[in-house]
Design a protein around this ligand. Structure first.
Ligand SMILES: Nc1ncnc2c1ncn2[C@@H]1O[C@H](COP(=O)(O)OP(=O)(O)OP(=O)(O)O)[C@@H](O)[C@H]1O
Ligand SMILES: [Mg+2]
Length: 506
């Protein structure tokens, strides 16, 4: 099916999120959309999927103008979408979740449940998705959950499939698998609109690339366009894709973890006797495939969950019994991997979120009274410094684009004196220009003498920042290496195979 968008415009009040967008997607084409955080990509897709009503403009399918009153209409017309934020029900099975999207097709009853299971199995086989219809969604990895979303879209015979930042939460292996699935779909004639911030992915899979900046189309280019050119089209200036940094001068250990062990609620030991030290003026990178205990390790260090064994020290003092509030107050900065859960409060304004765990400090309050002018001035400064794209400091964080929500969390954690910075996936969902900025700030924090711990599943990020790399596999730190280790060797360590001759740094 040929999709044509003509002069599509979306205004939110006086703010123009999409400004007369033109776009053509041919049948069986993988069309990538690139653009800064807040450029208007999700807004455009939400209009295509019937979630938002265009202020002006037209959507044409095979030359016919269509209007959608909701996602049901878009699905019926052959447009499916996998959202930036998943919308599955964790306690339901895969088949039940697929049914949920299509009540019309499977209206009630056991028979229809078995029809749904059959269809999941068929789609899973046809597109090699390897999804078990009877698995509970909460039990399957994120990558597989994403395939469930794809199956949901395909179940209604989508001929145009929208994937809004599907790779932001996937591991490198899962990304390869997703690309395989996309090629399979393309071969069967499905058109795909693919949104990502990773230029490498765009070049690997795209037939065409359209760049959007501040709501307008900048241009459409072939995948042979260089990463540097793409970055410049997005941001409007040249972006340095490598971080400039000097050799670290590591000082004394500031933060140490000793023998941390975590048993999850199901009784599985997910963190197994992990010990490490983070030194002043150094970035320790913890890398590993998602699901190897990093999440639980970090939460236990912050007091978000209680470790079953082990000890955490900050400046030689035992902080093992601290809760998250005390840990933050003691000088630990924290950027959580799941920003919407532990990072911000969506129903609070940008201004409030920028002082979320700080408003009781002397800087922002005197006795019971808040210093509202200081809080306002802080918001203004952070918004400018971190280029947070928001209509106003009063806007709710939930109305911001995904990448800008992340910038709110990062800006807040960088706005107070830190002894230790613990950052999980600090640039998840963030555009290239802002990655450059956040990486520079992390290195500046290191050079100021802060002990930095970065947890990332992105090898590019680990190589860009880390002075030492600890590899986690199956709940343990299996090796600590220096960043001159070749990518393939690091990959092998992450997969649980310790290659011979790996230099293990102290
Ligand atoms: N419902 C809404 N009300 C007001 N403003 C909105 C609403 N939805 C989006 N916006 C604004 O429109 C702009 C575009 O947001 P959009 O989510 O489309 O960006 P995006 O390109 O998808 O960014 P990201 O890469 O961060 O996901 C943002 O500035 C956002 O704050
Ligand atoms: Mg978006």
């Amino acid at each position: 099916m040929r999709l044509e968008i003509k002069g599509l415009t979306k205004k939110f009040g006086s703010f123009t999120a999409n400004d007369s967008i033109d776009l053509v997607v041919e049948p069986g084409e993988i069309h990538c959309l690139l653009g800064e955080n807040g450029a208007g990509k999700s807004t455009l897709m939400n209009m295509l999927y019937g979630l938002l009503t265009p202020t002006e403009g037209e959507i044409l399918l095979d030359g016919r103008a269509v209007t959608f009153d909701g996602p049901g209409d878009a699905l019926a017309a052959g447009i499916g979408m996998v959202h930036q934020h998943f919308m599955l029900v964790p306690v339901f099975t895969v088949a039940e979740n697929v049914m949920l999207g299509h009540e019309q097709t499977y209206a009630g009853g056991v028979l229809n449940r078995s029809a749904a299971r059959k269809q999941v199995r068929e789609l899973s086989d046809r597109y090699r998705l390897a999804v078990d219809p009877d698995a509970l969604v909460e039990d399957i990895p994120v990558g597989v959950q994403q395939r469930v979303e794809i199956i949901k879209a395909l179940a209604s015979q989508a001929q145009v499939l929208i994937l809004d930042e599907p790779t932001a939460v996937l591991t490198p292996q899962e990304i390869d698998e997703l690309m395989g699935i996309m090629r399979e779909l393309k071969a069967q004639g499905t058109s795909i609109i693919f949104i990502t911030h990773k230029l490498r992915e765009v070049k690997a899979i795209g037939d065409k690339i359209t760049v959007i900046r501040r709501g307008k189309v900048v241009g459409t280019t072939p995948p042979s366009t260089s990463e540097a050119e793409l970055a410049e089209m997005m941001v409007g200036r040249s972006v340095s894709l490598v971080v400039d940094k000097d050799e670290a001068t590591a000082g004394a250990p500031v933060f140490t973890a000793e023998g941390i062990t975590v048993i999850d609620p199901r009784g599985h030991m997910v963190v197994k006797d992990v010990s490490f030290e983070a030194r002043a003026g150094e970035v320790l990178g913890i890398c590993g495939v998602q699901g190897n205990g990093q999440t639980e390790l970090i939460k236990s260090l912050l007091g978000l969950i209680r470790p079953d064994a082990g000890r955490v020290e900050l400046d030689g003092k035992d902080i093992s019994r601290h809760g998250p509030k005390e840990s933050l107050a003691a000088g630990i900065g924290y950027i959580p991997e799941d920003r919407s859960h532990d990072g911000y409060v969506g129903a609070f304004s940008v201004r409030e979120n920028l002082v979320l765990d700080l408003y009781r400090t002397d800087e922002f309050s005197a006795g019971p009274a808040l210093k509202l002018d200081k809080i306002a001035a802080n918001a203004k400064a952070r918004i400018a410094e971190f280029d947070i794209r928001t209509e106003s400091p009063d806007a709710l964080v939930s109305s911001l684009s995904g990448g800008n929500q992340q910038k709110v969390v990062v800006a807040r954690e960088f706005s107070r004196p830190l002894k230790v910075l613990i950052a999980s996936q600090p640039t998840r969902g963030v555009d290239v220009g802002s990655i450059e900025f956040i990486h520079k700030r992390i290195i500046a924090e290191r050079d100021r003498g802060t002990a930095v711990v970065i947890v990332s599943t992105e090898l590019d990020e680990i190589y860009a920042l880390a002075d030492r790399i600890a590899v986690m596999y199956d709940g343990r730190i299996v090796a600590t290496v220096t960043p001159d280790i070749p990518r393939e060797q690091l990959g092998l360590l992450m997969a649980g195979a310790a290659p011979e001759g790996t230099e293990v740094a102290s």
